[in-house]
Ligand binder design. Structure first.
Ligand code: SAM
Length: 383
């Protein structure tokens, strides 16, 4: 075995954590800490057995702020994860073998699934695991057990990991807090194999999803994109049903690509620059100019050049002009992280973020789309 294992920045192995027995009402804080330790100590993602949208949102916003593409899935079947996992399964339990005795036996170069419990862990987990490992034979906590196991496993290499694309990065400082705003964005389209094949100018939905994952978008971004896609397509379909005719000036194939790819740039940054960066990536991989425009102009119901420049963006209008661009932008506004939200909720959120200028534009866009589609949009997002 080599002196150092590779942490998540290497493509060689993937370490995932499976959290059993999560109770959103009682374990909110501790499971959040389990996820934060997993992320900070080199794992690529976490699966949590009970559905917890708030937990997913918390981790997504940590990624937004501090970078990286740590993934989180909640409400999954632990049995299915364990049965389908191809790699080594380690279960952390005070009853297991001592960590320092077994750590060298865990195969290198294989993916790793680390299971941690909360209360009583079912017997079958002990049987399914390749290794039942203790971090001392005294009871303590899943957070400490996980942190120490990951540290032993990566042998400190996890602290050299990069978290690209965050809004801020912390520069080590022995005397105080040094925070760098922004984070250098690597546009390099060769990263993650985005340039390894030729994409269609207007990719179909399956191809769009391949583009997002080749670009390195996180599972949360991909899920969000699907929700925006479903909503945008439903707006058009509802309009067609009500009016009995196709919606004027909308090319469905292009619209569907724009809805799915609007956050392509989040593979590089979660800051507001993601729209411009995503458009640049889209040009580089040869997407249709109309799809590029949908990606570039989707943020906040549109940004005039004067506001764009204040936000550190190029001094150009980033305003949705075509009906397709308007639909992409507004469907994105009406989806929070992974769920649809009413216009009022979206506006409250903007107000909280201090983006009052965008509120009027969004109200106008809502009315304009209702008029063009001849439908009431509220029932699609309420309740
Ligand atoms: N009696 C439980 C057990 O099986 O370890 C302790 C439950 S503890 C509250 C929750 C989780 O923390 C356990 O399922 C285990 O994953 C982890 N844990 C706690 N103490 C541990 C230890 N000494 N070694 C390894 N894991 C531990």
């Amino acid at each position: 075995m080599g002196a150092e294992r590779e942490s998540q920045n290497s493509n060689r192995t993937r370490v995932e954590v499976l959290r059993l027995g999560h109770r959103p009402d009682r374990d909110k804080r501790i499971t959040t800490h389990v996820a934060l330790v997993s992320r900070a100590f080199g794992a690529s993602g976490i699966h949590v057995d009970t559905k917890d949208i708030r937990l997913e949102q918390t981790i997504a916003s940590v990624n937004d702020q501090f970078g990286g593409d740590f993934s989180i899935n909640t409400g999954i079947s632990p049995r299915s994860i364990m049965n389908h996992f191809r790699g080594t399964i380690v279960h952390l339990t005070m009853y297991g073998e001592k960590v320092d005795r077994v750590i060298e036996d865990i195969p290198e170069g294989e993916d790793l699934l680390i299971i941690i419990g909360s209360e009583k862990v079912p017997r079958e987990v002990f049987d399914l695991a390749h290794f039942n490992v203790s971090v001392s034979n005294q009871p303590h906590s899943e957070v400490s057990a996980l942190a120490i196991f990951l540290d032993r496993y990566f042998r400190g290499a996890q602290f050299e990991m990069d978290f690209p694309g965050g809004e801020i990065s912390i520069l080590p400082d022995g005397r105080g807090k040094t925070v760098k705003q922004g984070n250098d964005v690597t546009l390099d389209p060769k990263r993650n194999g985005l340039m390894d094949r030729r994409w269609n100018e207007v990719p179909d939905p399956d191809e769009c999803l391949e583009i997002l994952s080749s670009a390195g978008c996180s599972t949360v971004v991909i899920k969000h994109s699907r929700v925006v896609y479903d909503l945008g397509m439903e707006m058009v379909r509802r309009s067609e049903k009500v009016t009995g005719t196709a919606v004027k000036d909308i090319d469905i194939a292009r619209l569907s690509a724009g809805l799915l790819l609007h956050d392509l740039g989040r593979s590089r940054t979660h800051s507001i620059r993601h729209a411009v960066i995503g458009a640049e990536l889209a040009v580089m991989i040869g997407l249709h100019p109309d799809v590029v425009a949908m990606i570039r102009n989707h943020v906040g119901g549109g940004l005039p050049a004067s506001e764009a420049v204040e936000l550190g963006l190029p001094e150009v209008d980033l305003i949705p002009l075509t009906w397709e661009e308007k639909l992409v932008s507004h469907a994105d506004t009406l989806v929070g992280n992974l769920r649809r939200r009413s216009l009022d909720r979206a506006l409250q959120r903007l107000e909280k973020e201090g983006a009052e200028k965008g509120m009027e534009r969004i109200i106008a866009l809502h009315a304009e789309l209702e008029d063009h589609l001849s439908i009431d949009l509220d029932p699609l997002v309420d309740g």
